[in-house]
Ligand binder design. Structure first.
Ligand code: G
Ligand code: G
Ligand code: NA
Ligand code: MN
Length: 256
């Protein structure tokens, strides 16, 4: 509860920041987009890891405001980069959305307002959600997902493969792609089972017309294994960790 109070203050006191991790084409290492990730810099305690405060934000309901802040800031930043010619026209911003946010009927309208304000086309925003959203989601959530898809936003399943074994949601919901969880990427090229799991995910995704991106790529061996398995896009420390916007623009300027 102490952290919850501090988190509430953090929002009003500009202690939350957004950092950006490149999403790249495996073949070239060139960015196709970025994932926006929140950071909390507390004036006394220093940096507090998201793994610690995101669950508290989820439980307390603060995640709506935090998630909203991150999304608005990331879309504003994308608009700026596009206007400055720092990124290509197809470069997309990937933002995490929590189950609670997807249960708010006004979300699609809020996002379409932000897209208009920052002059960002809908296909340049991707919303990352966990499998649980579609397994446990309410009818409001289903409606919100359909409206977001209708708007033209990408909808990605984050940490794909870690949640639930039921895959029926992939045809019931208007998902556009999956992010293969990093736990399946770790052993690629060394562990036969990981190769087979990724092979199956790719086959199924392509059969369903879904886009695939692999998370947590740390080594050239993993990258090459993914490439040979037919994965086109990746994210991970091999290319870069999440960095502040200035550093991102400097490093990836016109690289897209
Ligand atoms: O890379 P990182 O340490 O930032 O992320 C830790 C966890 O916090 C991940 O599960 C990530 O999805 C989550 N996370 C980071 N930023 C956000 C955000 O803006 N909203 C939500 N809901 N989760 C986030
Ligand atoms: O849950 P989500 O996929 O949104 O979380 C993103 C998390 O993954 C962040 O904590 C980010 O720092 C972390 N991450 C990004 N790239 C790598 C990587 O190459 N290796 C590992 N171990 N973690 C990564
Ligand atoms: Na994510
Ligand atoms: Mn993930």
């Amino acid at each position: 509860i102490e952290l919850e109070v501090a988190l509430r203050q953090a929002l009003g006191q500009n202690q939350l920041h957004v950092v950006y991790q490149p999403l790249v084409r495996l073949e070239t290492g060139m960015p196709v987009g970025a994932e926006a990730l929140v950071r909390w810099e507390h004036p006394e305690r220093g940096s507090i890891p998201p793994g610690l405060f995101i669950p508290i934000a989820e439980d307390s309901g603060l995640i709506s405001q935090i998630g909203g802040f991150v999304r608005a800031e990331a879309l504003r930043q994308l608009g700026e980069w596009r206007a400055q010619g720092i990124v290509s026209d197809s470069f997309y911003m990937s933002v995490n959305v929590s189950p609670r946010q997807l249960n708010e009927p006004e979300l699609p309208l809020v996002i379409s307002g932000e897209l208009a304000r920052y002059n960002v086309p809908p296909q340049c925003v991707a919303l990352e959600m966990t499998e649980s959203v579609m397994v446990d989601g309410s009818s409001v959530t289903a409606q919100v997902l359909f409206e977001l898809r209708q708007l033209g936003a990408k909808l990605l399943v984050d940490d794909f493969g870690t949640g639930f074994s039921s895959l029926g949601y992939l045809r019931r919901f208007p998902v556009t792609g999956v992010k293969i969880d990093r736990s399946f990427v770790t052993g690629l090229g060394k562990n036969e089972q990981d190769d087979e799991i990724v092979r199956a995910v790719v086959a199924m995704s392509h059969a369903l017309g879904l886009f695939v991106i692999a998370e947590g790529v740390e080594t050239p061996l993993q990258r090459d294994a993914l490439f040979h398995l037919g994965v086109v896009n990746g994210q991970g420390w091999l290319w870069g960790k999440a960095v502040p916007p200035g550093e991102f623009a400097e490093h990836w300027h016109l690289a897209a």
